[in-house]
Ligand binder design. Structure first.
Ligand SMILES: Cc1cc2nc3c(=O)[nH]c(=O)nc-3n(C[C@H](O)[C@H](O)[C@H](O)COP(=O)(O)OP(=O)(O)OC[C@H]3O[C@@H](n4cnc5c(N)ncnc54)[C@H](O)[C@@H]3O)c2cc1C
Length: 339
């Protein structure tokens, strides 16, 4: 059996390694746009305060996976799926090629969500969604420090990732203004009391948190960036980071005629509307309407799916109990996170 996996994040690689253990004779191929290896995405938001992050973030080099008998096609994009022919069309720097599959696992993860008003200004802001994004931001930060001294950042979005990134930039010694459209931080994950504590923690790190501040757009004035609010232009930023949530990557599945809602719909056996195509990770929407876009439940999905395809479990996947937690320096919530 040839199992093809799209994506080398925690979903794709946990699944590949587990299936390799359970079924040593299967051919397993991972196709991924990444070139750095399999890395820890949660570490991205702590990528400014540590000098060694670009090496420490790598959990497994692709060559180590190849040594374990997993084919890895790095720097390769899957362009289309042909479900009738059971092939995926791929492209890398040498050209296009196809892979045949018996089972296909979609683990393409998520993009940063860019609100529609910002979409035409994408050259005016950055996101922290991949290791390439972080490397680019670190390079820019070094240049600013060399030429202008302490950087001033605008972070747009006071959700989990925005608060983590703001807190890590402040820990690295930078100045940060955090803009959040709503009246309290991380309102989707925290009860009001914990949002208030989080605000105090961020302020104690020197971060200016501007609540009820709905950003409309961005501008570049000379070498600096400006953030447009309803009736104000906040200026003087060396960089703008947009952290407004995540968007499951569903295009391939949609083009292939699979059922897609916010994510790729997966039943209780993590099967899409095609029984030979499974979906896990940030891109998958479970039958309960939820996206389990955290490391712990994604690993749980990946282990379960490997065991299911190896014939070792017959019962449906059950979401595990898990506790999300924000990695804001110095912050601990007093109440459980909402999910
Ligand atoms: C900054 C940040 C901090 C986070 N912190 C935490 C945390 O503290 N705790 C926690 O539980 N979760 C955290 N998360 C969420 C967690 O990282 C994600 O839920 C998880 O990494 C998703 O894994 P995944 O394998 O589904 O997708 P991804 O990690 O996104 O991997 C998807 C892979 O698919 C590849 N791909 C996509 N489309 C194609 C294509 N067409 N062709 C080839 N390859 C393709 C991509 O290149 C990528 O390698 C954080 C996320 C971010 C961005």
């Amino acid at each position: 059996m040839h199992v093809v996996i799209i994506g080398s994040g925690i979903a794709g690689i946990t699944f590949a390694e587990e299936l390799r253990k359970l079924q040593p004779d299967n051919r397993i191929s991972v196709v991924t746009q990444e070139s750095h290896g399999h890395y820890s995405r949660p570490m991205l938001s702590h990528g400014f305060s540590r000098d060694d992050v670009e090496t420490k973030i790598i959990l497994k080099p692709f060559d180590a996976l190849r040594d374990a008998g997993i084919e890895v096609h790095g720097k390769t994009e899957v362009l289309t799926l042909d479900r009738d022919g059971k092939t995926v069309l791929c492209r890398n720097n040498t050209g296009e090629f196809t892979l045949n599959y018996d089972k296909l696992v979609l683990a393409p993860g998520s993009d940063a969500l860019i609100p529609p008003p910002f979409q035409s200004s994408s050259e005016l802001f950055s996101v922290v969604n991949s290791l390439d994004d972080l490397i680019e931001l670190r390079r820019h930060r070094e240049q600013v420090i060399e030429t202008s001294g302490t950087p001033l950042w605008a972070v747009v979005g006071g959700g989990l990732i925005g608060c983590e990134v703001a807190s890590d930039l402040a820990k690295a010694g930078d100045r940060v203004i955090l803009f959040h459209a709503l009246a309290r931080l991380m309102e989707r994950q925290l009860v009001e009391e914990d949002s208030a504590t989080l605000l105090k923690v961020l302020q104690s790190h020197g971060i200016e948190a501007r609540l009820n501040a709905a950003v409309q757009d961005f501008e570049k004035i000379g070498a600096l960036y400006a953030v447009k609010l309803q009736d104000e232009l906040a200026t003087g930023f060396h960089g703008v980071i947009v952290a407004c949530g995540f968007k499951p990557r569903t295009d391939l599945a949609r083009q292939a005629g699979l059922t897609v809602n916010r994510g790729i719909l997966a039943d209780e056996f993590l099967r899409t509307s095609d029984p030979d195509v499974h979906a896990i990770g940030d891109a998958a929407e479970f039958v309960d309407g939820r996206l389990y876009a955290y490391i712990m439940p994604i690993r749980h999905q990946a282990f379960w799916l490997a065991r299911f395809l190896a014939g070792e479990v017959k019962e449906p996947w059950q979401p595990p109990d898990f506790k999300p937690r924000a990695k804001v320096h110095g912050f601990n919530a007093a109440h459980p996170y909402l999910f």
